[in-house]
Design a protein around this ligand. Sequence first.
Ligand SMILES: Cc1cc2nc3c(=O)[nH]c(=O)nc-3n(C[C@H](O)[C@H](O)[C@H](O)COP(=O)(O)OP(=O)(O)OC[C@H]3O[C@@H](n4cnc5c(N)ncnc54)[C@H](O)[C@@H]3O)c2cc1C
Length: 423
Amino acid sequence: MEKDIHKKIVVIGGGNAGCLTALHYGWHSRKNDAISVELIYNPDVKPEPVGQATLVDPPALLYATTRTNWMNNPIHATMKSGILYEGWGKKQDVITNPFPMDRMGMHYCPCEMQELVLKTGLFKVTEGDVDPKDIDADLVFDCRGTPDDISPQNGYRELVNPTNAAILAKPNWNTLECTYSRHVATPDGWTFIIPTHPESPSYEYSVGYCYNSNITSKEDAEKNFLDQFDVEITQHKEYKSYISTKPVDDDGRIFLNGNRLCFLEPLESTGAQIYMDWASVVGESVFLKKNSIEEGVSSLKGYIYQIERYIHWHYQFGSKYDTPFWDYAKSLKLTNYEPNFDKVARWSDETSWDDVMVPEYGGMANIKYGQWSPISFKYWMEGVGYKPPAKTDLSKLWIPQGGEGLDLTGKEVHGDDNSFWKP
Ligand SMILES: Cc1cc2nc3c(=O)[nH]c(=O)nc-3n(C[C@H](O)[C@H](O)[C@H](O)COP(=O)(O)OP(=O)(O)OC[C@H]3O[C@@H](n4cnc5c(N)ncnc54)[C@H](O)[C@@H]3O)c2cc1C
C-alpha cells in the first residue's frame, strides 16, 4: 500500500466476510501507521454458523496473520483437498475436483474464526450496533450479513439457481475420515458433507440437504434426507442466490461485502474467496490506483456472473436421478451470453493434461474463469463426458491475469443464446 496515504478503514460485521476483510487490510497495512483499520461488530448477533468450506487462499491468510496451521489449530479447521461429486451426471459414479497436492483449502466454523481473528491485534475491535452511513471513515466495508430485502428496488438482482432451501444436520458418523467436501446428488437436490471436528460449533450444521421448497415439501425433504443419511436434523434454512447491483455507494466510500454483497449456493464453496478477492480489488483501486472503482465493480460483477454460470453448468448434466428437481434444474436458463466460458472449456478440452498442469505443476494456470482454472474444467468434462462445441473461436481466447485479484477483462457480454454449451 502507498506510504503517504492517510486512510481510516472501518469494517462493520464480524462474520466470515468482516473477519477476512479486516484481516486483509490489517495485514497489508501492518507496517504503515498512516492507515488505521477498525472492525465494529454486534456481539449479540452471532455470525452465520454454516459456511465452513474454502478454496486455498483463506487458509494462507489465516496462516500468515494468526499462524494457525494443522498443528496449531484453535479453530478445529479440517483439511479440504477438494470436492468429491457423488452421483452427478450419468457417466461416472464419482467425479473429483481436487486441489493440487501442495495446496489445501479448509473447513472451519466462522464463530471460532471470529474469536481467533478479533484477537490478532492487526486492527482495532469495537463492539456496537452501527449504521455504515454514520461511520466517519474514508473506507467502510458493510459486512452486516444477509439484507432484509433483496428486491431490485433495494439494489439486488436474483441469480439463477435451482435450490433455495437447506436442512442442516449433525452427522452420526465420523466425517473426519476424508479430507474433501462430499457433494452427494439426491432425488431432491444435493447434500454437502463437510468433514468437521465434533468439538467445532459447526458440527451441528456440517451436513446440509439442499433442495427446492417449491418442488419438494419440507416434510418430504426431511423424510428423504433421513432415509438417505444417518443424521440428526438441527435447522431449516431458506435462501436465495443474489448479487447487489450497487456494491459501492455514489461517494465511493461504502463497499458491500459478504452476504450484503451476494449469496451463491454452496455448491463450489465460493463465498470466502469472493470476499477476499473483492477486498483485494477495492484496495488495489483505492490505494494502489491499479484500476478505477468503476472497473473494479465491473470486474466483480463479471466474476460473480461467471461463478453463477459455472455452478449452473454442473446441473445441466443432471444426476443419477430423473426427478422433477433435476428436470427443473436442467431447464433453467441464464439470460446473459458470456463467451469466455466456452473458450476456457474448449481450451481445456483441447489441451493435454500435461500442458494444463504445466507450468505450475498442477497449480492455477494463468487462464481462469471465475475461481476455476482449466484443470477444474477438465476434471468435470471428463467426469460427465462433455465436449465443448468446435465452433468456438480460440484465436480470441481471453487470458485473465489469474492470481492477482480479479481480472478486469472478464466483462459480461449480453445476448440470449447460451444453449450451445448445454450437453
Ligand atoms: C447452507 C449454507 C452453506 C454454506 N456453505 C458455505 C461454504 O461452504 N463456504 C462459504 O464460504 N460460504 C458458505 N455459505 C455462506 C456463508 O454462510 C456466508 O457467506 C458467510 O457466513 C457470510 O457471512 P457474513 O460475514 O456476510 O455474515 P454473517 O456471518 O451473518 O455476519 C454478520 C456480522 O455482522 C454483524 N452485524 C450485523 N448488523 C450489525 C450492525 N448494525 N452493527 C454492527 N455489526 C453488525 C453481526 O454481529 C455479525 O458479526 C453457506 C451458506 C449456507 C446457507
